[in-house]
Design a protein around this ligand. Structure first.
Ligand code: PEP
Length: 228
């Protein structure tokens, strides 16, 4: 039996009011499978501005999900206007995504910036989902989870084939020693189970589909019941 892992990335979406509505609906939708779900780590990576509210709401509802941020400062606290440190994130979250291709593309983050971010995350006690677009992008030792996300598949409606994603992920595991590697890129209710049925793929990283709490709850159900 494999150790499944599901992560959601809301990207730059949702106000505090929308976050509240999402968690309420997700709790209702996922409610009847909570005991199955509880065995599978589910990490929901949200904007900084809703971390605190989300943590309170998730704790109150006793929802078995972890909260994550989508970015972290590569610096410690100090004169770095606009940056959010690991220590700040850790007050409300357990995980952080680093190296997402949108950060590499729009914010020109380099492999060394991303490695520095992982170091700061670990120093703050956060776990890291380290995203790479292919098998040749370096993953420094110590990434808790790796996300393989081909750039052309993110938000485009086009996915890698489950078979090719499996081959790439097997190669990432061999090269880096990572034990948990996810596939991400246009995963939906229609295709999620096909990816997690592949032997080397440990789970999925979901962008667009995670914005809808009912679709995401259904996806969690499909993935957890389709594989275990
Ligand atoms: C992502 O944001 O990491 C992602 C995979 O997005 P989408 O599922 O929308 O392609």
């Amino acid at each position: 039996m494999k150790n499944l892992f599901i992560a959601a990335n809301w990207k730059s979406n949702k106000t505090a009011i929308e976050e509240h509505e999402w968690v309420s609906k997700f709790a209702l939708s996922v409610g009847d499978i909570i005991s199955d779900v509880i065995k599978v780590p589910i990490v929901i990576c949200v904007p900084y501005t809703v971390l605190q509210n989300m943590k309170q709401q998730v704790d109150q509802a006793k929802l078995p999900v972890f909260i994550g941020a989508q970015n972290i400062s590569k610096f410690d606290e100090g004169a770095y206007t606009g940056e959010v440190t690991g220590k700040m994130i850790k007050e409300h979250a357990a995980w952080v995504i680093v190296g997402h291709s949108e950060r590499r593309k729009y914010f020109l983050e380099t492999d060394s910036d991303i490695a520095a971010k992982m170091e700061k995350a670990h120093a703050a006690g956060l776990k890291v989902i380290y995203c790479v677009p292919d098998e040749n992008t370096p993953v420094p030792p110590g990434a808790d989870v790796v996300g393989y996300e081909p750039v052309w598949a993110i938000g485009t409606g086009k996915t890698d084939s489950p078979e090719n994603a499996n081959t790439v992920i097997a190669s990432i595991k061999k090269k880096t020693g990572a034990t948990t590697v996810l596939y991400g890129g246009s995963v939906t209710n229609d295709n999620a189970a096909l990816f997690v049925r592949q032997p080397s793929i440990d789970g999925v990283l979901i962008g667009g589909t995670s914005l809808d709490p009912d679709k995401f709850a259904r996806l969690v159900r499909e993935v957890t019941t389709g594989v275990q």
